[in-house]
Design a protein. Sequence first.
Length: 368
Amino acid sequence: MVYECGDCHKQWYYNVKKCIFCQGDVTELAPAKSTVRGITKIEIPSPGHTRVPYCDLLLEDEYGNFEIRKSFSDHEVGDMLEAESREAKKVAKSRTVGIVGAGTMGSGIAQICAQTGYHVLLIDRHEETARKALIKIDKALSKTTKDELKQEILSRVKATTNLYEMEHADLVIEVLTEDMELKKEVFKELDNECSKETIFATNTSSLSVTELSEVLKDPGRLVGLHFFNPVPRMKLVEIIKSKNTSEETVEYAKEIAFELDKTPVITGDAPGFIVNRLLLVFLNEAMDKYADGTSTAADIDKAVTLGLNHPMGPLALSDLIGLDVCKAILDVLYEGYKDSRYKPCKTLCEMVDKGALGRKSGEGFYKY
């Protein structure tokens, strides 16, 4: 591909985020045409490629770059094709994504969706929460984005309290607290408001996606799409395939993840999925270590960051996640696996009971 500075129009044949000459924003120039240089016909289905036959086309664009494109149409070597990257961008920019829940995770997901080019409907039942989410997105963009582009991105986000505005959404991502009954009620409402083509996703970090899907008329349209905090910086997305999720829905979720510049991993529907099943045992043990009084929170975190090369210590990370969220995930893991490793430690329970929830409340293992 070719990349060009929007200010001084210098060009590169490799990905450059900022112009090294004027610090202007750099965008990808999509080629208009590609030439078919080779064809491989695939007739045996495989995971993620169940529809056969199809062809893998070796394409060369006008800049001499090669790519492989999947096609269900007949082609011959030498055929000229429209560049897919340009069309893909048109599709991305035409998507409307609804996000239910305007907290920390919801605002982060809204930000990256708007930056990708999606039209975003950010919904929260509390008008003030939705308003604060827009301010948070504005502040986050101000650190990395020129004002003109920032305003363009913000113009794609609409905050509202009305669930019925989701009726034309292509994708709806639920980002509510870890409360199964609350999530079920919201999905029932969404199922009535949205079109039959809308794909539903839940950002749950531990609850059963299968159980959630069963409140929908078509359970195959729900998939787990678990982002990590802070959303704009964390590259991983867990895609959770429930017992009911269709292959088409999983493929759609992967496509969304790639468009958002995230790296997806696929997992089945089990408590905690991959990351939280491993992480919360570690965090719980760190809290128990703190409780025995032999080490300060700062020393525990320093030992882990320097001794294990983690970017953040377990207690600071717990504060960032939210101690109430940590406890909720551990409760689900303990209920699901009946293993004492997942039982929330006494210190965590006491801190949550007194409202010391971490950064969100101003105090956790540290004061903020």
